[in-house]
Ligand binder design. Structure first.
Ligand code: ADP
Ligand code: MG
Length: 240
């Protein structure tokens, strides 16, 4: 579904991503771990071209999205992204937050968009919040709405950048449960997280990023059970 070849990203003189190669298959759940500053967010943001790669190619569903004449807006519709900060529209109700993009961008009929939104609210367990405003929701609820909003565009892949890092500990589980459900339904997902229990349970593959490269990768069992690189061992020693 996604192929990354020789991806580099520089910010001025800072060389942040130093040659990333990766293939992600449909239905795969790839979890990215690694120290702060290693380039995990930059990598995710390059996948949907929120950041422009300095060098290298990214293909999505067989098309080169880094090619000059590629229409990135069409591709972005197929990639849902969820951030650490929920970025809900504060002056819009939950249902309006969720239906906005399908109506405006996909020209979906309002009634159809609302039916879809209600179905998604059931998926994230927040049917009763359809008319609430973001300020009336807890952090965990906001993030579940942000996930529903991303899903409303019916994306082919979901990218998550530390979706639980801004949450109080008691709310982490409810968000991870929603993500787990998505994974079980076969959604292709790339997830940056520090939740190692979740990574081990839900990830098909774990990537360990360090200093702008994928230093090592494998199944959860391989990566957590018998890491090969010393830096992976050191990192896991601190977080497990
Ligand atoms: P991680 O998500 O693994 O913590 P990031 O991808 O956010 O790492 O950042 C990697 C490095 O790139 C950091 O040193 C960060 O300061 C730098 N960086 C990220 N975005 C920018 C930017 N827009 N301009 C300059 N430097 C940036
Ligand atoms: Mg980050």
């Amino acid at each position: 579904m996604i192929t990354v070849n020789g991806l580099h990203k520089k910010f001025g003189p800072l060389h942040i991503l130093k040659g990333i190669d990766l293939e992600i298959k449909q239905g795969e759940v790839v979890v990215v771990i690694g120290p702060s500053g290693s380039g995990k967010s930059t990598f995710l943001r390059c996948i949907n071209l929120l950041e422009e790669p300095t060098q290298g190619e990214i293909q999505f569903e067989g098309e080169s999205i880094t090619a000059k004449r590629h229409n990135i807006n069409k591709t972005r519709e197929k990639m849902g992204m969820v951030f650490q900060q929920f970025n809900l529209f504060p002056h819009k109700s939950v249902i309006d937050n969720i239906t906005l993009a399908p109506i405006r961008v996909k020209k979906m009929e309002k009634s159809k968009a609302e039916d879809l939104a209600m179905e998604l609210l059931r998926t994230v367990g927040l049917e009763d919040k359809r008319d609430a405003y973001p300020s009336q929701l807890s952090g965990g609820q906001k993030q579940r709405i942000a996930i529903a909003r991303a899903l409303a565009m019916e994306p082919h892949v979901m990218l998550f950048d530390e979706p639980t890092s801004a949450l109080d500990p008691e709310m982490v589980g409810e968000v991870l449960d929603v993500m787990k459900k998505l994974a079980e339904k076969g959604m292709t997902m790339v997830i940056v997280t520090h939740e190692m229990g979740f990574a081990r349970e839900v990830g098909d593959r774990i990537l360990f990023m360090d200093q702008g490269v994928i230093l090592e990768q494998g199944t959860p069992q391989q990566l957590f059970g018998s890491p090969r690189q010393q830096r992976t061992k050191d990192f896991l020693g601190k977080v497990l």
